[in-house]
Design a protein around this ligand. Structure first.
Ligand SMILES: NC(=O)c1ccc[n+]([C@@H]2O[C@H](COP(=O)([O-])OP(=O)(O)OC[C@H]3O[C@@H](n4cnc5c(N)ncnc54)[C@H](OP(=O)(O)O)[C@@H]3O)[C@@H](O)[C@H]2O)c1
Length: 202
């Protein structure tokens, strides 16, 4: 049994991730802290440091946290770009940067990206761009991680549990069950893989 911190645990992807982590001691966190063990803001390194210090020893961090703005490129404002870059990309890089000072030897980080960087949709440019950056970050930073620490990304299509929110924006996409995305997170935490992007698509 590993101790796994799930950040963004209250969200749709966080709930899906936890379906695959039943064999572990799971500690939950989110921005508001509602329904979770801890409150954390991934865009604030001090907040992440406080979370990791409070938890103490842990073997894995699963990130399901992310905020994205949706708009056509021609009308996307600087503020919308900044909110997505900080909320989805930089926040997850912060988890790794700060988490490295605290995670056990042989531990793992698993980040969330999303299918839009390989299957673009209208108004999805900020999500697509940050998802591509997360996939690249994971593939390349894996070579630099010390102490046998691993890193992977889960890159899912929309999940069934979120179809009521995104379905209208995504004609022609087939949602997948959250439990399948949970399997991808499980594999990232329990296997020996590193530097991988696990696509979950129909
Ligand atoms: N839903 C899908 O089908 C799907 C598919 C592929 C990829 N994704 C990606 O997965 C990520 C999560 O999506 P979701 O649908 O699960 O969203 P969601 O239901 O809105 O949940 C987002 C979660 O992240 C937390 N969070 C947001 N910003 C945070 C921050 N700065 N610090 C800490 N926690 C933060 C939220 O906490 P609070 O609620 O407390 O604010 C919540 O727990 C997004 O990047 C999304 O693009 C989603």
């Amino acid at each position: 049994m590993k101790t796994v911190i799930v950040i963004g645990a209250s969200g749709k992807i966080g709930q899906a991730a936890m379906k695959g982590l039943g064999n572990h001691r799971v500690i939950t966190a989110s921005r508001s802290g509602e329904g979770c063990d801890y409150r954390v803001d991934t865009t604030d390194k001090a907040s992440l440091r406080a979370l990791f210090e409070s938890v103490g020893k842990f073997d894995a961090v699963v990130s399901a946290a992310g905020h994205c703005e949706y708009a056509p490129f021609t009308s996307m404002t600087d503020e919308q770009w900044e909110a997505t870059i900080q909320g989805k990309l930089v926040g997850q890089m912060n988890i790794v940067k700060v988490g490295l000072d605290h995670i056990e030897d042989g531990g793992s980080f698993t980040l969330i990206s999303g299918i839009l960087n390989v299957k673009p949709m209208p108004e999805g440019i900020a999500d697509a761009t940050t998802s591509g950056a997360i996939d690249t970050f994971v593939k390349c930073v894996a070579y630099e991680l010390p102490r046998g620490i691993r890193i992977n990304a889960v890159n899912p299509t929309v999940i069934e549990e979120a179809w009521s929110v995104y379905g209208e924006m995504m004609p022609g996409y087939q949602p997948v069950p959250g439990a399948l995305v949970g399997k991808a997170f499980e594999r990232c935490v329990d296997s020996f893989i590193t530097g991988q992007v696990i696509f979950v698509d129909a």
